[in-house]
Design a protein around this ligand. Structure first.
Ligand code: 6R9
Length: 652
């Protein structure tokens, strides 16, 4: 960023108060902010007490050796016991934990008692395979219940799991296995995606062949198609796990015992193994799930549409919801199989009351058209959530109107793999929301916006988002690389001791926070910092546009010129008139400085599997360069399509 800080460009005046009924019965009320401000550690201590501990802690936070935090030191607990057994012991064994919906329409209903048996058997199986406390287990699995069983079985025996997205290549899996020296790989024969079988086993084999640390490969049978088999190394889940005892006594581990490693590349660079530990992580994900989603375990049906290979799946499919005894939906497939209303059909079928999804999905639904969700009964919904990217105000409004019938609150939740749990979000029974703003740090969380010198910017200003106090579910480091941990997150504002998240943000005149995207993506046009998010939101506020990605490409006169890649809503025609109408629209919404120089109509955008737009690749295209690393792309072919459509630099 230049010396100039990001100014407050877009103006959003719409406000939405919490529904009275929700506010009256909310899990968390406004007084939580004051309580947490008064004594932050006592506040987190109270949240830790929502869990079951085998041994109480001595100290809430040990921050004597920053940036290495220890929370609830001396305390002992078992994460799987907290997510499963204690609910059965309390008499809720018959409550449904997971409604599994396969893409072909097959279903499974898993109660908490079932979950306890499955996790216990899997834990016994891991022990039989020689997995011991502290050993790392790689999980290369799709969205099937065994993925949850496997993760909880690892937690139960204290073997940190490392879940790798099923869509990752063999090479991506191999490097992650090697980095963590995993000795067991758990995978599947295949899974159902877009009406076809995705064949996972050959990838798993190739990764295991190349990774010297893998001793055994445990294979779940999902599709039943024929797969290559290595009799020395491969073991069928149904043969090994099914013959185990369904009794298993969980051992309590230290609060700081590693729970999992999850690799993140963000949108750039070599993947980092983000390390999370047990007590603080579970405390924060359980509390935030309770506070932000207002879950009532007796009546709610929760559905987080994230893949379990993303941190959102770890924290808000597995650990947070299960610790809170949620009943939830787990769906294997894509939103458009066999038709574009599949999500809404699932909501109608299971009477989902709380939906948590990503802006990328919402914009896709906007593109497909309002008539699709309108065909289904979505009246069970009472709360909607968003995560993964800034949500454009227009997408927010569309979500509320078309999915939430104009009555459900929306919680826009900002957080990262590194933060472990939600950090900035409205509280649904408290906050009057503004479309496009994640609003305030949650009770017990402290964040701020600073300029390049680390000075706090006043309301109305913009700059870097920082976290200025340690939080329970914070990462404890990067696996095997303490220096990289310090450099990546703590060196930018070392003097102040702030964690730098890598995101730009602004504070509006009320002090509410608006996320502006990764600072690496921020554009510098004729001496002005302009956020990609704001230009994209201006484009999406035009009725013809469903989604937009904006990059700053090198320009001889202005430093950078704004290039916009635009996906139109269904039925719109791409022509010169629309091209100039969109440029004028941005100019009117934000100002002439933000007017795109070039607009390219496209059918798809390059995205990571968690739905984040990879602007870095679009920038390569806009600057007419060879593409950088595309290994985390969902579909690498979209780049060829986009590159073939874009006029080369200079030919406007
Ligand atoms: C949970 C997750 C983290 C990055 C983060 C930011 C972006 C996530 C957001 C958001 C604006 C939100 N991000 N939620 N930006 N508003 N509500 O996404 O983790 O995959 O590690 O990504 O995602 O840029 O820094 P992760």
């Amino acid at each position: 960023m230049s010396n100039e800080t990001l100014s407050n460009l877009l103006n959003e005046e719409r406000r939405f108060e919490p529904p009275a009924q929700l506010a009256a019965a909310a899990n968390v009320t406004a007084d939580a902010y004051a309580r947490a401000d008064e004594d932050r550690l006592a506040f987190w201590e109270a949240q830790a007490n929502r869990l079951s501990w085998a041994q109480p802690w001595n100290e809430v936070l040990d921050w004597s050796n920053p940036p290495f935090a220890k929370w609830f030191t001396g305390g002992k607990l078992n994460a799987a016991y907290n997510c499963v057994d204690r609910h059965v012991e309390a008499g809720y064994g018959d409550q449904v934990a997971i409604h599994f919906e396969g893409e072909p329409g097959d279903t499974r209903t898993i109660t908490y008692a079932d979950l306890q048996r499955e996790v216990s058997k899997a834990a016994n199986a891991l022990t039989e395979l020689g997995v011991r406390t502290g050993d790392r287990v790689a999980i290369y699995m799709p969205m099937v219940p065994e993925t949850v069983f496997a993760m909880l079985a690892c937690a139960r025996i204290g073997a940190p799991h490392s879940v790798c997205f099923a869509a990752f290549s063999a090479e991506a899996l191999r490097t992650r296995i090697e980095d963590a020296s995993a000795k067991l790989l758990i995978t599947v024969d295949g899974y159902n995606r877009r009406g076809a079988v995705a064949n996972l086993k050959p990838n798993a084999d190739a990764a295991a062949d190349g990774a010297t640390t893998i001793e055994k490969v445990l294979v779940v049978r999902r599709t039943g198609h024929e797969v290559p088999w290595n009799a020395d190394r491969d073991v069928w889940w149904h043969e090994l796990v099914d013959r185990q005892s369904d009794q298993h006594t969980p051992e309590a581990f230290d609060a700081e015992h590693p729970l999992f490693i999850l690799y993140t590349s963000g949108t750039t660079g070599k993947p980092k193994g983000i390390l999370h530990t047990t007590g603080g992580y579970l405390t924060q994900v359980a509390y935030t799930h309770h506070a932000v989603f207002d879950l009532k375990p007796e009546t709610d049906v929760f559905w987080c549409t994230a893949d379990v290979g993303w941190v959102t799946g770890h924290s808000y499919i597995v650990y947070g919801p299960l610790a809170n005894r949620a009943t939830q939906v787990m769906y294997e497939g894509t939103p458009d199989t066999p038709h574009q209303g599949r999500f809404w059909e699932n909501i109608q079928k299971y009477k989902v009351s709380i939906l948590y999804t990503a802006p990328t999905a919402i914009r896709m639904f906007m593109k497909w058209g309002d008539d699709i969700p309108a065909k289904f009964d979505l009246s069970s919904l009472r709360l909607l959530g968003s995560v993964g990217e800034p949500i454009n105000p227009e997408a927010w409004i569309w979500y509320r109107q078309n999915i939430g019938a104009g009555r459900t609150p929306i919680v826009d939740t900002w957080w990262q793999t590194e933060t472990g749990g939600i950090m900035i979000s409205p509280l649904p029974g408290v906050t009057t929301t503004k479309p496009g703003s994640a609003m305030r740090p949650l009770p017990g969380i402290s964040a701020n916006v600073v300029d390049k010198d680390g000075d706090i910017v006043p309301n109305g200003g913009g700059g870097f988002l920082v976290l200025d106090k340690p939080w329970p579910s914070m990462l404890r480091g990067i696996w095997g690389d303490a220096d990289r941990y310090r450099d990546t997150y703590w060196s930018r504002f070392a003097e102040q001791g702030y964690y730098f998240a890598g995101d730009g943000a602004k504070k509006d005149n009320d002090g509410d926070l608006w996320l502006l995207g990764r600072v690496d993506d921020i554009m510098l046009v004729a001496g002005h910092n302009i956020s990609t998010t704001e230009v994209e939101s201006a484009l999406v506020s035009h009725p013809a546009v469903a989604e937009a990605a904006v990059v700053g490409a090198k320009d001889e006169t202005t430093g950078q010129r704004i290039v916009a890649f635009v996906i139109l809503r269904g039925g719109q025609v791409e022509d010169a008139a629309l091209d100039s109408a969109l440029k004028d629209h941005v100019s009117k919404e934000i100002g002439p400085i933000a007017k795109p120089k070039q607009i390219q109509f496209v059918a798809e955008l390059p995205k990571t599997r968690s739905g984040k737009i990879m602007r870095r690749l679009l920038k390569d295209v806009a600057e007419d360069r060879a593409l950088g690393d595309t290994t985390t792309l969902t579909d690498a072919s979209v780049m060829d399509l986009i590159a073939s459509k874009l006029p080369h630099a200079g030919e406007d």
